[in-house]
Design a protein around this ligand. Structure first.
Ligand code: ADP
Length: 336
C-alpha cells in the first residue's frame, strides 16, 4: 500500500542541522492498522507527514500503490492527497463554519456540486454518529464530537488511507476509547488502512495490528503488536511498556529473595496457564510460585505474562518445556 525507502529528513534550524528522520524503511500493507510510537522529538510527526508528503524527504522515496508519489509536483499531489485522509490532535476545524460545512469543505475542493457535497457529508456524518449535530458549530460540541467531525471530514473523499496524528491525545480516557472504537470500525467495515502516531502504548494495544518504535529518527523495533508487547527487544520499547504498566519486570526488585529457576511464561489467545501449571506441579513434582502476573488484551485477543519460580525436581525440565509449548505457552528462562 505505502512504502518508505531510505528516507532522510534534515531540518536547518539557525546554524544547526537536525536529522529528524535517519534512514527510514517501512512498508505498510493495505487493510492494516499500523501504529508508530515514540517519545517527544523522536520523529513521529515528521514521519506521518512523509506519508502524504506534507513534508518532503531530503532524500529517499515514498511509494503509494506502486506510484512514486515523492516524484510528483505539488499540483499532481493534490489529487493523490484526496485518497489520503488526515485526522489531527487538535481537530483543526473551521470554527466559523457549521459541522456540515466543515465536512463539505474537502468535497468542494474535489469539485463536487453543492448537492453532491451535502449528500456525501450527511452520509459520513451519520457514519460517525453526528447526524443530529450537523447544523451546530464546533464550539457547541464536546472534544470527542469535534474529533468525530475531523474523522468525517477525513473520510469524505473516500480515502484508501487514513493518517491519525495523535488523534486521541487531547481527549479523556473514555472518549479516547470511543474514538479508537470508531477508527477500528472504519478499518474493519470500510477496509481503510490506518496509520497512527501516538506516545501511548494503550492506543497501540487497543487497535493496532503492527507497531513500529521510533527513536532519534530511526525505527528501532517493528512487528506485530502481540510480539512486541510480549518480547520487546529495544530498551525504548521496554521503558515505554514499563511506564504504561504493561510489563512484568517488577519481579526483579525481589528476585534475590526467591529461590529456584525463574521463568517468564507468555500466553495468548485461548491458552490459559493455570491448568497447565497445576499439571506440571502434579506430574513432575515441581513447585511453581507466581511472582508476578499481568493479563490484558491486544485488540480482541487476550494475552498474559506470568513470572514464576520453579523449585523441586528439575531433572525432567525438557518435558516441562515441551508441555508448555504444546499448550501454546512461551517459556523464557530469566534465571537458570
Ligand atoms: P515527534 O513528533 O516525535 O515529537 P517531530 O517529528 O516533531 O517529533 O520532530 C523530530 C525532530 O525534528 C525534533 O528534534 C524536532 O525539534 C525537529 N523538527 C521537527 N520539525 C522541525 C522544523 N520544522 N524545523 C526544525 N526542526 C524541526
Amino acid at each position: 500500500m505505502i512504502r518508505l525507502e531510505q528516507i532522510y529528513k534534515n531540518y536547518v534550524s539557525g546554524s544547526k542541522q537536525v536529522t529528524a528522520l535517519d534512514g527510514i524503511n517501512l512498508h505498510i500493507s493495505a487493510g492494516e492498522v499500523f501504529g508508530i510510537i515514540g517519545r517527544s522529538g523522536a520523529g513521529k510527526s515528521t514521519l506521518i507527514r512523509m506519508l502524504n508528503l506534507l513534508e518532503r524527504p531530503t532524500t529517499g522515496d515514498v511509494w503509494l500503490n506502486n506510484e512514486q508519489i515523492s516524484a510528483l509536483t505539488d499540483a499532481q499531489l493534490r489529487t493523490v492527497r484526496q485518497k489520503i485522509g488526515m485526522v489531527f490532535q487538535h481537530f483543526n476545524l473551521l470554527q466559523m463554519r457549521t459541522v456540515l460545512d466543515n465536512v463539505c469543505f474537502p468535497l468542494r475542493l474535489a469539485g463536487l456540486t453543492r448537492a453532491q457535497q451535502r449528500e456525501r457529508a450527511l452520509e459520513v456524518l451519520e457514519l460517525v454518529g453526528l447526524k443530529d449535530h450537523v447544523n451546530k458549530y464546533p464550539r457547541q460540541l464536546s472534544g470527542g464530537q469535534q474529533q468525530r467531525v475531523g474523522i468525517a471530514r477525513a473520510l469524505a473523499n473516500h480515502p484508501q488511507l487514513l493518517l491519525c496524528d495523535e488523534a486521541t491525545s487531547a481527549l479523556d480516557p473514555e472518549t479516547t476509547q470511543s474514538i479508537l472504537r470508531l477508527l477500528s470500525e472504519i478499518n474493519q467495515n470500510l477496509g481503510i488502512t490506518i496509520v497512527l502516531i501516538t506516545h501511548s502504548m494503550d492506543v497501540i494495544r487497543s487497535i493496532c495490528d503492527r507497531v513500529a518504535v521510533i527513536e532519534g529518527g530511526k525505527l528501532v523495533e517493528i512487528g506485530p503488536v502481540m510480539d512486541v508487547f510480549l518480547h520487546p527487544q529495544h530498551a525504548v520499547t521496554q521503558s515505554l511498556l514499563t511506564e504504561s504498566g504493561m510489563d512484568t519486570d517488577g519481579w526483579q526488585s525481589f528476585s534475590q529473595q526467591v529461590e529456584g529457576r525463574l521463568l517468564r511464561l507468555s500466553f495468548r489467545g485461548e491458552a490459559t496457564s493455570a491448568p497447565v501449571l497445576s499439571q506440571i506441579s502434579r506430574e513432575f513434582n515441581v513447585d511453581l510460585s507466581i511472582l508476578q502476573g499481568a493479563v490484558s488484551r491486544i485488540k480482541d485477543t487476550p494475552y498474559g505474562q506470568l513470572v514464576v519460580a520453579a523449585k523441586g525436581d528439575l531433572e525432567q525440565w525438557p518435558e516441562v518445556e515441551a508441555l508448555l509449548a504444546q499448550h501454546g505457552i512461551d517459556c523464557e528462562v530469566l534465571r537458570p
